[in-house]
Design a protein. Structure first.
Length: 224
């Protein structure tokens, strides 16, 4: 699989043939392309929209674990999707990702929750605070990346959508919906229903990342 299609192809090859006066939408073409990109990106934790953050090592009685490369955490971070604890020997433990946690290093126990704390350096805060460990325990985090932004400058650039070309027809269906909306075309509602059907099929056939993330964690834990 590859990502080589140009966003603008969805206008020239799909939307333009259905809208007679597409030239009237020339000033908002990049907006239409960007709205479609953002909506699909956020529709599911697609594997191409996920990244693996720096592996952090836990220290006994230390609740906040700082990032070092880069200190601010992943530069394209939107939110953390899955976070695991592993010692590379036993099974990994999934932590609940929450928006915020209290700073309380006195309350110790097996961590069950984790939160990202922005700053310089950024940190991952565990709760409860981890006690002593028999084996070296690491925190492995899979995060949702920020979506690419489609602009007048890059809408003719191949691969800027990031998602596999196999699903370009789903993107085209949504671009046509937004084109209808901007053109005040009554076919917009039916077109959005068509897009939802294609998106549902995409979710069904795409290798969803819950399984992939767990395997990434196991493989990385074994390597380190």
């Amino acid at each position: 699989m590859a990502a080589a299609r140009k966003p603008y192809d969805a206008i020239t090859l799909f939307a333009r043939p259905f809208i007679r006066h597409m030239d009237r939408l020339r000033e908002v073409e990049h907006t239409i392309l960007d709205l479609a990109c953002q909506e699909i990106w956020l529709a599911a934790p697609w594997r191409w929209s996920l990244g693996l953050a720096e592996t952090l090592t836990l220290t006994a009685s230390v609740q906040d674990i700082p990032f070092t490369t880069p200190p601010a955490g992943p530069s394209d971070l939107l939110y953390f999707a899955y976070v695991y604890l592993t010692d590379g020997i036993g099974p990994s433990r999934v932590l609940e990702v929450v928006p915020s946690l209290p700073a309380d290093a006195n309350l110790k126990g097996q961590p069950s929750q984790v939160a990202f704390v922005a700053g310089s350096p950024a940190k991952m805060r565990l709760f409860p605070c981890p006690p002593s460990f028999i084996n070296t325990t690491r925190l492995i985090s899979v995060y949702k990346k920020t979506a690419p932004v489609i602009t007048r400058t890059n809408m003719h650039t191949a691969g800027v959508l990031v998602m596999d070309d196999d699903w370009f027809h789903v993107y085209c269906a949504l671009v046509l919906f937004y084109a209808y909306k901007y053109a005040d075309d009554p076919r917009a509602q039916a077109q959005y229903q068509e897009f939802q059907l294609r998106l549902a099929e995409m979710r069904k056939r795409e290798r969803m990342p819950e399984w992939l993330s767990r395997n990434m964690v196991i493989e990385q834990g074994q390597r380190e």
